[in-house]
Write a protein that binds this ligand. Structure first.
Ligand code: UDX
Ligand code: ADP
Length: 480
């Protein structure tokens, strides 16, 4: 029986290994993590991450061929193939701080693998890493391993999106496997290919050299983020000219050369990947003397930051140039719907902007805990990347922030509502009831363009929605 060990039981490692176990009943899959709390959650009824469909997959395999454990060494020792899905946040300090990837976790995983292994292993990079990480990891393994033990390193980047991870894993567009040239490299690629071939059609499994696979992942995320920044840049122009960004997106989407996805204007993109990977790309370009290329990709992040501050400015200027002492309801805190993840969520910057102007926030998100929201709002930017159990404990709570358990409570007596995540349940709210219980004039700022603007205006709200013609009210000279 082939044994697989997955190091890192996070958003990538957990769902990926669970689907491998589901689709390969003859393979034993052990998912290991240094975090005891994460592993005990994986072994309990309340999984540590919220992901539609995940619970069913875990229930089906756990205890049969899927195991969650903190005994990292034992499972690495026993495994033939090791998937590494540890976190690779942006470096907080030192050389490349704020841009380069922090490979501390990766390096310590590699050293541990070298330490405990007594047989040849295939080591698979799952976490996004800077180009040529495999080379560095290969060196660590080669210089620390026991005599005669050979490692083959493969890059098999994960393309799943949170919120649809299980669907993405079950039916991927493509699986990318990068490996070394030469017979041993090819043999390793084939072994990994054989695993995926259990459920992925062969023509969707692409093989490349190691560096192309590593770079493809960064390029993939940079292209997707660039599309969002492009449509968000258009949204600002739409507001200035009374064009409608959804109509522009629709027109663009019908061009088969462009296609329909990733054209929704929003308050800005978030998530653990886009910003981190672009910063990584920028750092690699700069390190190679490619200043113009680095600057080109930096603009994608700058437009994203601009979009978030534009939103805050719009809220403040619409509400008579101040939100000081006013209650603002924030609906949604996760970086997108159907996830509890808040890493790099635009809600953090928007809330901090509003708090900076003295607002009192009443926040409701169906999946994000009060503890997480308080942590996110009291932490430095660089710390957001880390999973909650690796984040520094902060005793500060932001006093002007109240986290509540439903949308009606959040909006009661509020002056304005900001929609920051596109949760489906926000579309089904009784906005007449909400309006009746709010201060007047009552404002809605829809950062995700999910609400029916005309209907809200009929109810009496003053509505701002990204990239749409402004209410007469807002159409006065503004700084936004
Ligand atoms: C992303 C990539 O899609 C995935 O391929 C990669 O492997 C990991 O990073 P993820 O971060 O889970 O996945 O979420 P994604 O669906 O890409 O959304 C990222 C952000 O962009 C979210 O904040 C989302 O709300 C925003 N977004 C997305 C938009 O603002 N507009 C869009 O049209 C699409
Ligand atoms: P991602 O979104 O990339 O999956 P997460 O932060 O959710 O990232 O998960 C990464 C996981 O890797 C964390 O749970 C962390 O505890 C774990 N981890 C980090 N370093 C190691 C290590 N050396 N050995 C085992 N687990 C590790």
């Amino acid at each position: 029986m082939v044994k697989i060990c997955g190091i890192g039981a996070g958003y990538v490692g957990g769902p990926t290994m669970a689907v491998v176990a589901l689709k390969c009943p003859s393979i034993e899959v052990a998912v290991v993590d240094i975090s005891h709390s994460r592993i005990s959650a994986w072994n309990s009824k309340n999984l540590p991450i919220y992901e539609p469909g995940l619970e069913e997959v875990v229930k089906q395999c756990r205890g049969k061929n899927l195991f969650f454990s903190t005994d990292v060494e034992k499972h690495v020792y026993e495994a033939d193939i090791i998937f590494v899905s540890v976190n690779t946040p942006t470096k907080a300090r030192g050389l490349g701080a704020g841009k380069a990837a922090d490979l501390t976790y990766w390096e310590s995983a590699a050293r541990m693998i070298a330490d405990v292994s007594q047989s040849n292993k295939i080591v698979v990079e799952k976490s996004t890493v800077p180009v040529r990480t495999a080379e560095a990891i290969g060196r660590i393994l080669a210089h620390n391993s026991k005599k005669g033990i050979k490692y083959q390193i493969l890059s098999n980047p994960e393309f799943l999106s949170e919120g649809t991870a299980i669907q993405d894993l079950l039916d991927p567009d493509r699986v990318l496997i990068g490996g070394n040239d030469g017979p041993e490299g090819h043999e390793a690629i084939q072994k990994l290919k054989d695993i995926y071939a259990n459920w992925v059609p062969e023509d969707r499994i692409i093989t490349t050299n190691l560096w192309s696979a590593e770079l493809s992942k960064l390029a993939d995320n940079a292209f997707l983020a660039q599309r969002i920044s492009s449509i968000n840049a258009m949204s600002a122009l739409c507001e200035a000219t009374s064009a409608e960004v959804s109509q522009v997106s629709h027109a663009l989407s019908k061009n088969t050369k462009i296609g329909p996805k990733f054209l929704n204007a929003s308050v800005g993109f978030g998530g653990s990947c886009f910003q981190k990977d672009i910063l990584n790309l920028v750092y690699i370009c700069e390190s190679n003397g490619l200043v113009e290329v680095a600057n080109y990709w930096k603009e994608v992040i700058k437009v994203n930051d601009y979009q978030k501050s534009r939103f805050v400015n719009r809220v403040v200027t619409s509400m008579f140039n101040t939100v000081s002492g006013k209650k603002i309801a924030v609906l949604g805190f996760a970086f997108k719907k159907d996830t509890s993840d808040t890493r790099k969520t635009p809600a953090i910057d928007v809330c901090k902007g509003l708090l900076g102007d003295g607002a009192c926030l009443s926040i409701y998100d169906p999946q994000v805990s009060e503890e997480q929201i308080q942590k996110d709002l009291s932490m430095n930017n660089v710390e957001w990347d880390y999973p909650i159990h690796l984040q520094p404990m902060s005793s500060t709570t932001v006093k002007q922030v109240n986290v509540v358990s439903d949308a009606y409570e959040a909006t009661k007596d509020a002056h304005g509502i900001c929609i920051l995540t596109e949760w489906d349940e926000f579309k089904a709210i009784d906005y007449q009831r909400v309006f009746d219980n709010m201060q007047k004039p009552a404002f809605v700022f829809d950062g995700r363009n999910i609400l029916n603007v005309d209907k809200l205006r009929e109810t009496g709200f003053i509505v701002y929605s990204i990239g749409r013609p402004l209410d007469l009210w807002q159409n006065m000279p503004q700084q936004a």
